[in-house]
Ligand binder design. Sequence first.
Ligand SMILES: NC(=O)c1ccc[n+]([C@@H]2O[C@H](COP(=O)([O-])OP(=O)(O)OC[C@H]3O[C@@H](n4cnc5c(N)ncnc54)[C@H](O)[C@@H]3O)[C@@H](O)[C@H]2O)c1
Length: 326
Amino acid sequence: MPLLLSRDDVIKVLEMDDCMAAVEQAFAEMAKGTAVLPLRIPITPPDGLALYMPAYLKEMGALACKVVTVYKNNPTQHNLPTVIGKVLLQNPETGEVICIMDGGYLTAVRTGAASGVATKYLARKDKNQIAGIFGAGVQAQMQLWAVAVARDLSKAYVFDISDQAVDNCIKVMSKKLNLEIIKADSAEQILKEADIICTATSSAMPIFDGEKVREGTHLNGIGSHTPNARELDTAIIKKSKLIADSYDACLKEAGDIMIPIEEGAIDQNHMVAELGEVITGKKPSRENDSEITLFKSNGLAVQDVATAKLVYDKALKANVGNQVEL
Ligand SMILES: NC(=O)c1ccc[n+]([C@@H]2O[C@H](COP(=O)([O-])OP(=O)(O)OC[C@H]3O[C@@H](n4cnc5c(N)ncnc54)[C@H](O)[C@@H]3O)[C@@H](O)[C@H]2O)c1
């Protein structure tokens, strides 16, 4: 009988450090050729967007598909969230559906986890680093959590165009992480002070001047993932050592990369590695303390599948959720 896991059930069992380990393994499987990862399939009904995201991880024994929808009028017209996601996990040996779980919290944690793994491999290794987070929504909060797992932080700055979002982020995350989190006065303050920067906004336009990013900084860019939207300007893309989550996704979905290519500022070889190639040692990670490293994340189904398998295994062990006859 399949196990049904609600959002609260997922929250009960999913922690960032476990999720980072699972997501790291998933990226490694991509580099080893043991992952099956078609590009996500988009369907556009009149009022929204539906994305179908399947993947299979052979070594982890994980097969699943996430269905995620984005309906901008949901909150005002239907009293529903804009983004709704569910994951269907299967037994790869029989095809049997073994679990259906909520995908909202899972998506946020697995997106944080990818940046956490990128930070682990690409950021400078010194202690007492400062994190700077653009955006203060749920994704931004998970980015900060992951960076705090990956590196020893002395404090963090958060910048958002909504003061209310920043206040909420500081309230929730300073308690959760036991970390000093400060409202940044400006984007420039983050560029000046932060060693590790995450961009997790809903902006479709560049959110800072890349010329001002300091040597030695590591960035995780996760907010924009459609061809016409970008949070990062051409300057920061050009001066960074650029690591993709997937070359294919970056060339087909990431305005951050596609627009500078269209402008002729870079070509696709500017992406020097996929994260999995860095994890498996096929390509180098950071080579000195002065280079700027940038991980571009579009969100891959392998992250969902690895995380869903982790959640399922932990929920079974902890006796969380309800078995149902379908
Ligand atoms: N790469 C991935 O895997 C992945 C996964 C999930 C979501 N996302 C994307 O992450 C982004 C954030 O998601 P969320 O759920 O946290 O959204 P959200 O709406 O809760 O938060 C976005 C925040 O960005 C802020 N913002 C907008 N423009 C800004 C600017 N110029 N400077 C500073 N702040 C600005 C908004 O005020 C808001 O607080 C979305 O674009 C979403 O599509 C990416």
